[in-house]
Design a protein around this ligand. Structure first.
Ligand code: ATP
Ligand code: MG
Length: 182
């Protein structure tokens, strides 16, 4: 899966609609302290289903909504859209790349809602889409500031989870949990 575009509205410091194209190859984001570099990585994790407010550096999930400044009023929703290309290897029937568009929106007092290619979906569905593509909110490919130390000192169980995500089998665990609940 390759991320092609990231769109943000009212997410953290990105109060005005922002659209970032991510080209092939290496992309670097540079800027002074506090300009929003980490917020962009958090936006990617958030749209992939991150459910921990703490790991988004907030007390509650609504803290991702632009909180306002001296000159700008706060917003009442935040929305992040990710556009990706899914390569479907091996299946001749669905040859070629598939476009994937996932949006997550949070409104004050109303919680989060997800859409995938225009259809309302559950958080669980979004987690599965990304887990099967060996990525997702907890993918070891997304290393937040300060996480290197955390990975080094992780407990064996946590480290196993990281390896499973890297191996692309964490989708199986989501399905098993789902089946056990039925
Ligand atoms: P550094 O180089 O120090 O790591 P950075 O570029 O990674 O900085 P971020 O941590 O992404 O910066 O951005 C922090 C900024 O985002 C702060 O100015 C903070 O006030 C702002 N911010 C975070 N959440 C919100 C919010 N809900 N509403 C408005 N601004 C927010
Ligand atoms: Mg940072």
């Amino acid at each position: 899966m390759r991320i092609k575009k990231l769109k943000l509205v009212g997410f953290k410091s990105f109060v005005e609609p922002a659209e970032l194209r991510i080209e092939n190859g290496l992309t670097g984001i540079v800027g002074p302290n506090g300009c929003g570099k980490s917020n962009l990585l958090e936006a990617i994790r958030w749209v992939m289903g991150e459910s921990s407010a703490k790991s988004m550096r907030g007390a509650g999930m609504e803290d991702v909504i632009f909180a306002g400044t001296a000159s700008r009023p706060p917003r009442d929703f935040a929305e992040v859209t990710i556009l990706a290309e899914r390569s479907d290897d091996g299946d001749a029937a669905t040859d070629g790349d598939q476009e994937l568009e996932v949006t997550r929106r949070i409104e004050r007092g109303a919680g989060s809602a997800y859409r995938s290619n225009g259809r309302d979906v559950r958080a669980k569905d979004v987690a599965l889409i990304f887990a099967d593509a060996a990525t997702g909110a907890h993918s070891p490919a997304l290393v937040s500031q300060g996480r290197i130390g955390a990975i080094i000192s992780a407990k064996p169980q946590e480290r196993r989870q990281m390896l499973e995500e890297a191996a692309g089998i964490s989708g199986l665990h989501v399905r098993r949990k789902d089946a056990e609940q039925k």
